[in-house]
Design a protein around this ligand. Structure first.
Ligand code: ADP
Length: 271
């Protein structure tokens, strides 16, 4: 896939301005139908790669999804992971921390859910909330959240050094697209459950959230745990981009099935 107008993966050290990234970009694709074949191919390939990941048992993949409300985290999980054996994927949503979680360091609850070798771990929200909502809503003093970027980089480096390949996606939607999706949720009874009044309070602070995302992406975009800024106004393009990155990332691991036991070719299964 080529993305003409903007880098999908900013270079480590780049200072990110989200205004430079068009959420409505669709790269070289005209429309959904144009992308369908590539998406289907990626889904099938992802299924194969996950099986080798599991069989080889030398690597794990950690996928981190972050977005504003209605940014498409749930839809991404549903669509992109469709071809993957559910036994090979652990999805963990991170909600408002419990009192027990708050009584520990902010990475305590996260570390327990990092994927073991052979598995794909998918975080629906993550430790990045601790420098996003926590920063914007001033849930801890500045000095506390400021220190977290370094902690996150060190934590992700530890994981990377332990066989966990990390990919982090910011699903970038426009404020106008969020409005449209909220309106859909309000107008369709089957989507009412997805609407929370509190989401409107967060929307009011859109610019502060964008600033917090810019800092999180700028400061934690490391060679061992890259951020991808995914144009996400078009759901089909978002799915395509993410599936592309996942396939490319897993292919680079150069995995193989383990050596079979010697002498398998001589085995005859008795009647
Ligand atoms: P989602 O929006 O992910 O589908 P919810 O509607 O239950 O799920 O929202 C989860 C909420 O938990 C979000 O408002 C998010 O900001 C909040 N949250 C997650 N992690 C933290 C954290 N570390 N501190 C405070 N709030 C958090």
């Amino acid at each position: 896939m080529s993305n003409r107008r903007q880098p999908l993966r900013p270079q480590p050290g780049d200072s990110i301005r989200l205004a430079d990234y068009d959420p409505d970009d669709t790269g070289d694709y005209r429309d959904k139908d144009d992308a369908l074949e590539d998406l289907e191919r990626n889904r099938a390939r992802l299924g194969e790669l996950q099986e080798v990941l599991y069989a080889e048992h030398k690597h794990a993949l950690l996928i981190i999804l972050q977005a504003m409300d209605a940014g498409g985290k749930d839809g991404t999980i549903r669509h992109v992971m469709r071809g993957v054996n559910p036994q090979g994927v652990q999805v963990t949503p991170f909600k408002v921390p419990t009192t027990e979680e708050l009584d520990h360091d902010f990475l305590w609850r996260i570390h327990q859910h990092t994927p073991p070798l052979g598995m794909i771990g998918l975080f629906n929200r993550s430790h990045y909330e601790d420098v996003l909502v926590v920063r914007v809503e001033e849930l801890v003093p500045r000095k506390v959240w400021e220190a977290r970027y370094d902690h996150i980089n060190a934590f992700e480096r530890l994981l990377a050094g332990s066989g966990v390949t990390i990919v982090k996606f910011f699903l970038h939607i426009s404020k106008a697209e969020q409005k449209k999706r909220f309106e859909e949720r309000l107008s369709q009874p089957s989507k009412h459950w997805k609407f929370a009044r509190g989401d409107l309070k967060v929307r009011e602070k859109w610019d502060q959230y964008m600033a917090a995302y810019e800092d999180a992406i700028t400061r934690c975009n490391t060679p061992w745990a890259p951020w991808y800024i995914v144009p996400a106004d078009k759901k089909w393009y978002r799915n395509l981009v993410i599936s592309n990155v996942l396939v490319e990332t897993l292919e680079k691991l150069d995995m193989g099935y383990p050596e079979p036991e010697p002498g398998l070719e001589t085995i005859v299964i008795p009647d």
